[in-house]
Design a protein around this ligand. Sequence first.
Ligand code: SF4
Ligand code: SF4
Length: 187
Amino acid sequence: MLTNRSKIVAKKELSLAEKLYFPAILAGMAITLKHFFTKKVTINYPEQKREHSKVYRGQHVLKRDEIGAERCTACGLCALACPAEAITMTASERKPGEEKLYREEKYASVYEINMLRCIFCGDCEEACPKEAIFLTDRIIPSNYERGGFVFGKDILVEPVNDRVDVSLRQTEEVREFKKNKNYAHNI
Ligand code: SF4
Ligand code: SF4
């Protein structure tokens, strides 16, 4: 024994009620009953949705530029920054005539994020020099298959006619910064 702080606990004899588990059952039922009358902590998702914090980090979006070309240039910085190694991509060279599809000469022909690996830290967004990837306030939909959580470009790239507004989860300072025309990649 290294200290004198040990305590010898005597084994108490159980009473008859305790042996029958009645007090414990009644206490449990009382707790259950109490919760019938308290405010519910759950909601009927997806019919009801909770309000998110302004800086909530949910499903990513790969942005297009003002004419609809994909901003991502497959530089790989997001994948390098990702602590969960959730991002994979294949870089390809843009062909003549594809200028309206891809903003730069190099683009990601394959871009995937494994949402089961992702920890929604936002480092990919921070690392991107092209303002191409952002996290949004969208929740990742549930799925029965693991493969369904690997999101490819078909899910990640925003539709040309249904752009995803990411400014809502940015602070006023960031929105002001993005108006600065000296930063060409922000336009
Ligand atoms: S949010 Fe974090 S973990 Fe998820 S893909 Fe981006 S860098 Fe990786
Ligand atoms: S999303 Fe951004 S950081 Fe990632 S590969 Fe594309 S341009 Fe590079």
